[in-house]
Write a protein that binds this ligand. Structure first.
Ligand code: NAP
Length: 496
């Protein structure tokens, strides 16, 4: 159970502690932040509201801990990560319990998130050992005008203190996808978990604590992003920011100093359906892609762009599957569970009302109880409706009927987002042309957009992000290249 057994140390009365200097601590602010259970809409947990002084102290210890961690052999760093991964998986049940209560993720999916996170940490340790164990050797005579008298050795070195800020929808997985690459590369880490999801994240951090990482190397400060976020992201002690979330990331990018940024932001993933598509396959993927975790996924299908000639048939097939989705509490593993907050529900409702007023066809009746919104397919959506462009982050999916593939590509590219997209057709040549024409970080052919498997490169363009994630890319992003040049007094040529 959450907060008990090996996790009892992280709880102080009814408030979860924050983690600094290798210890679980109470904030000197004396204040806490309430986490509302999206299902009951009552306070479920409380976390510390950390102060700026506490952030300063965490940055100091992160800086000095990193210096000795960088001197820890790579194989030994990997050993620590493998140990943390095993502990994480062993304690999947209490962590998943937090996910169910904090973010209303269905129970089974919550367990999957923790197990997937353990696998990610192990994979990262293995990949780090391989790619950080290699450097480059260059010789000077390949550049015009040079003799072979300079030998250049390159290696990847740590960047320093990495600030990790994940979003509410994958508070464990999107935290470890930043923590593990940072650590294997020899960096220290300061984690600011999302408020909804903070307690799951604190349990996850305790697994790293139990694995015996050096004191101060990993810290986790809690508090509302709106209150301590700017102080963290603009802190001079931060050497790299890895952020996943919404538009907040755009504001952070504008304010951050001269540090590398990894930004994974929102999306409006389009699903383009051609006349020759396997419509049963499309319908299955639309359900999985659009309604899993009630549509609260960055890579959820967020608009269907279907050729008019097959639109009626597709809408009928999707409607039939929507009717089979179960709606209710996450504890019962329902397909559709309450969305994360009341403000989120209100936002979704605003999009639905706008679509209604502008004449969209409702394939189901709109229904909401508290934060629970029944799955809704909106047909005949037009570009003047907000839902055509905005990210609902809820179980509402618009269908736009198109008369040409070009119209679909144009809609996709007119979005300010460019995370993923997908195209359904039996013609691989057409699929490749469409994939090339879509201005998104990834295009899936004949499947819904998805972030995993976690070692695949994952990136958004335009307002969807900066840089690329995926295990190898994250490790590379969290390192600098260092070169040493050996200058010979006379050129030296190998004779073979
Ligand atoms: P969000 O509101 O942007 O919050 C993300 C994180 O930023 C949270 O930890 C939040 O903390 C923190 N934060 C808030 N204000 C901050 C500030 N001024 N400075 C620093 N940090 C601050 O996003 P969300 O609602 O959690 O997540 C949903 C969004 O994430 C969607 O747009 C979705 O598409 C996107 N997302 C993108 C990806 C991807 O990989 N591209 C993956 C998943 C989700 P608090 O919770 O304390 O406010």
């Amino acid at each position: 159970m959450a907060g008990t057994g090996v996790f009892s140390e992280i709880l102080d009365g009814d408030v979860y502690k924050y983690y600094a200097e290798g210890e679980w601590k109470r904030s000197s602010s004396g204040k806490s932040v309430a986490i509302i259970n999206p299902t009951t809409r009552k306070t479920q947990y409380k976390v510390q509201a950390c102060t700026q002084e506490e952030v300063n102290m965490v940055m100091e210890t992160a800086k000095s801990a990193q210096k000795s961690w960088a001197k820890t052999p790579l194989w030994r760093r990997a050993e620590f990560l493998h140990k943390a991964a095993a502990i994480l998986k062993e304690h999947k049940a209490p962590i998943a319990e937090c996910l169910v209560k904090e973010i209303a993720k269905p129970a089974k999916d919550s367990v999957t998130e923790v197990v997937r996170s353990g696998d990610l940490v192990s994979y990262c340790a293995e990949e780090g050992v391989r790619i950080l164990g290699e450097g480059k050797f260059l010789v000077s005579d390949s550049f015009p005008g040079n003799e072979r008298n300079k030998y250049c050795l390159t290696s990847k070195i740590p960047i320093g203190v990495v600030l990790a800020i994940p979003p509410f929808n994958y508070p464990v997985n999107l935290a470890v996808s930043k923590i593990a690459p940072a650590l294997i590369a020899g960096n220290s880490i300061v984690l600011k978990p999302p408020t909804q999801g903070a307690v799951a994240a604190l349990h996850m951090v305790n697994c790293f604590h139990l694995a015996g990482f050096p004191r101060g190397l990993i810290s986790c400060v809690t508090g509302r992003g709106s209150e301590i976020g700017d102080f963290l992201t603009m802190h001079p002690g931060v050497n790299c920011i890895s952020f996943t979330g919404g538009d907040t990331g755009i504001a952070i990018s504008k304010k951050a100093g001269m540090v590398p940024l990894q930004m994974e932001l929102g999306g409006k993933d389009a699903c383009i359906v051609l006349e020759d598509a396997d419509l049963d396959l499309v319908a299955a993927n639309v359900i999985k892609g659009g309604f899993s975790y009630s549509g609260q996924r960055c890579t959820a299908v967020k608009v269907i762009l279907v050729m008019e000639s097959v639109a009626d048939a597709l809408v009928e097939k999707v409607k039939a599957r929507v009717a089979k989705l179960t709606v209710g509490p996450p504890e019962e593993n329902c397909d559709i569970t309450p969305v994360v907050s009341e403000s989120s529900s209100n936002y979704i409702e605003g999009l639905v009302k706008d679509a209604k007023q502008k004449g969209a066809t409702f394939c189901q009746e709109y229904r909401r109880e508290g934060n629970l919104i029944w799955p809704l397919l909106l047909d005949n959506v037009r570009p003047d409706m907000r839902i055509a462009w905005e990210e609902p982050f809820g179980p509402v999916l618009p269908v736009i009927r198109i008369s040409s593939v070009e119209e679909g590509i144009h809609h996709c590219n007119a979005s300010n987002f460019g995370l993923q997209g997908c195209v359904f057709t039996r013609d691989i040549n057409k699929a490749m042309l469409i994939s090339d024409a879509m201005e998104t970080g990834t295009v899936q052919i004949n499947s819904a957009p998805a972030r995993g498997p976690d070692h695949f490169p994952f990136q958004g363009i335009k307002d969807s992000g900066i840089g690329s994630q995926g295990i190898t890319n994250s490790i590379n992003m969290m390192t600098k290249v260092k070169t040493t040049v050996i200058n010979l007094p006379t050129p030296s040529y190998t004779m073979g």
